[in-house]
Write a protein that binds this ligand. Structure first.
Ligand code: M6R
Length: 368
């Protein structure tokens, strides 16, 4: 049931505070330690892992890109992220010391499933991050971390994505904990920040009206760019994917640092460019992104900037400012993606498209 919403997708966007809270539920014991009991993988085995390969498709792949930043930072284990459709065709270097992490909302994506089979043939251990109990992917994996998003009906993944991010953060922190990389206090601080994320997401949802106005304003755009750096880069890719799937317009996400290596040639008068600005405190990164915004604005682009409310420098170069709450850099995708989801959903609605069943797309891609 759509419960009063026009689309399942919109309902699912608004369910994210609960979906994120449910995915975090019961992961902390009374000693403030992270527990992932359902993982059923021994700490000894997790201590021996010397490489992590994250394999997924589409939106789940972008969650994997965020996971790389978090996992490498917290655990110092080298982490690669690969599209499942490429993985098994390139003779990947994996062995029994490799931990393969697959991410799939449906648990039935053919490419991801084939990647699991290939990894297990090489005797790698496989952890599935999945939203669907008993689906083929978790059944064929060594262990599973379930996201608790509830059923996702809209073809475009929304709460699937944010709960995948949460599961990736939990896995990264758990690995750090069992490998002794970060101790009690640090893990507890990050977990308590994660526990405040449903509220931060709710704040983004409460600001929906300005995003909807923006969508009405940009209804005639035929191309939209998204820029970000660090974890803002996968956020940009995911924002662009949502727009392609739903609004059927050209949309591309770029790493902001690549702008001068080609994409700046695309900038033209009035081209909408969304830019995700890293939080204050990450000033090296932030300054560079802010100067990228100035560069595209100087060329006449319409800059829509996602930045912390008190980021005056970002505000000064923004034509439209979407305020983000203060969160740690690594957790920023959980809030930055919300207005991008709302924007795509609304733009497609204004264009008269079927938001829940975009043309040519299936919810679960069970053929290669
Ligand atoms: O069910 P999965 O997470 O394995 O699906 C992967 C992709 O097919 C999926 O994320 C797709 O990209 C969505 N339509 C994105 O909104």
């Amino acid at each position: 049931q759509k419960q009063g919403f026009d689309w399942f997708m919109r309902k699912e966007i608004f369910e994210q505070p609960k979906a994120v809270a449910d995915t975090l539920l019961g992961r902390l014991n009374d000693k403030g330690e992270l527990t992932l009991d359902e993982l059923r993988m021994s700490p000894e085995l997790l201590r021996r892992v010397n490489k992590i390969v994250v394999v997924a498709c589409g939106t789940a792949f972008y969650a994997g890109l965020v996971a790389k930043y978090a996992i490498e930072h917290w655990t110092r284990i080298p982490c690669e992220v690969e599209l499942a459709s490429e993985f098994r065709y390139r003779d990947p270097i994996i062995d029994p010391m490799t931990l393969v992490v697959t991410i799939s909302q449906s648990g039935e994506t053919a490419d991801t499933l084939m990647a699991i089979r290939h990894a297990r043939e090489q005797h790698a251990k496989v952890i599935a991050i999945c939203n669907t109990n008993g689906a083929t992917i978790p059944r064929e994996s060594d262990a599973v971390i379930y996201t608790h998003a509830g059923p996702e009906i809209g073809v475009a993944s929304t709460k699937g994505f944010t709960t995948q991010l949460v599961a990736c953060y939990l896995l990264g922190l758990y690995l750090a904990q069992v490998r002794g990389m970060k101790y009690g206090d640090e893990i507890a601080a990050l977990l308590s920040e994660l526990e405040r994320m449903p509220e931060a997401i709710q704040r983004m949802l409460d600001a929906k009206a300005s995003v909807y106005d923006l969508a009405a304003d940009l209804v005639d755009a035929n191309s939209v760019l998204f820029l970000g750096r660090h974890v803002g880069y996968p956020s940009a890719l995911e924002g662009a994917l949502k727009l392609k799937e739903l609004a059927y317009i050209h949309a591309e996400g770029f790493a902001a640092g690549e702008l001068k290596h080609g994409p700046i040639a695309l900038i033209s008068e009035n081209l909408p460019v969304f830019v995700v600005v890293p939080p204050k405190g990450r000033d090296q990164l932030r300054d560079k992104v802010i100067s990228n915004i100035a560069e595209v604005r100087a060329r006449g682009a319409r800059t829509i900037v996602l930045a912390e409310a008190d980021d005056e420098e970002a505000g000064a170069v923004a034509e439209t400012l979407i305020e983000l709450p203060k969160v740690s850099t690594l957790l920023q995708p959980l809030v930055a993606i919300i207005p991008l989801q709302l924007f795509a959903c609304e733009l497609a609605t204004v264009k008269g498209h079927d938001v829940d069943q975009p043309r040519n797309l299936a919810k679960s891609v069970t053929v290669e």
